[in-house]
Each structure stands twice: as structure tokens, then as C-alpha cells.
Design a protein around this ligand. Sequence first.
Ligand code: MG
Length: 177
Amino acid sequence: MIGERLNAAINDQIKNELESYYIYLSMAAYFHSNSLDGMGHWMRAQAHEEMIHAMKFMEHLIDRDGKVVLQDLQQLKTEWSSPLEAFQDALEHEKFISGKINDLTSIAREEKDYASEPLLAWFTDEQIEEEASAGKVADELAMIGEDKSALLMLDRELGARAYPPGSPLDPAAVSAQ
Ligand code: MG
């Protein structure tokens, strides 16, 4: 059975992951409303991953005889002044999440909760990838500057990101219902 302190911290992290889902969905809407559908698609696929992250933590609490307590979500931001600002925010948000995963790992070690280590190690690896992917796009957008044709090329490239099969965020899945 999982201890109370780690259980509470994981409930906080479920909220953080669901807020990540929410902010990327909000960014997807921002990009679609500005006709950058590739970036909107990239953000939808990102939002899908965040829902999976929340569910990984929820499953862990269920498996460990813990207690899942879902918390209120905040809408963190709804408007961005440019694609660059949105991806810079995404990078900053992922750095914040990485800090939270580090905190969870510290708590698990202090509580000698070794059963949580494989899950937290998976998230530590995942955060390296999350920061790298958001950071790469932010760097590319900074290089692009005001070059609209380069922006459209990057938009097409990001539109090629694959959805996980059956994703409810895929417009094809939504219209098939
Ligand atoms: Mg996440």
C-alpha cells in the first residue's frame, strides 16, 4: 500500500498532468483559429499524451491501494501573441513538470517507496523528451522570425506527427462517431 504523503503528491501530479492536457488543448484551439492546422494537430497529439500521463499516475494509485482524489483544474492561459510565445510557454510548462517529477522522486526515496521508482524513472525519461521536443520547435520558430513561408513549412512538418491509434482528439475519430 502506498503511503499518505506520496499518495497526496501523486494526486497533485494527476492535476498537473490534466492541466497540461488542458493547456495543450487550448494551444491547439489557438493554432487552428490562426490557420496553423499542423501546429494545432501537434498540440492535440501532445494533449493526448498528457491524458495518458494522468492515467498512468491514476492506475498506479489504484494498483497500490491508494486513494484517487481528482482536483479542480485551472485554465492556465487561453491566448498567445505568436506561435513562438506558445511553444516557449510549452517549454516552460514542461520544465515546471520536470521539477514536479523530481519532487515526486525525492518524496518516494524519503518514504522508501521503491515500488514507485520504475514509474517515476519512466516519467524522468519522458520529461527529457518533452523538453527537447517543445524546445526544438521554439528554437526553430525563433530562427524563422517573420518569414511566413518558413512558418508554413514548419506547420506542415508538425502536422505529420502521428496520433496514437483511436485517439479521441483525432478529428477523424470525432467525425466517425
Ligand atoms: Mg506530462
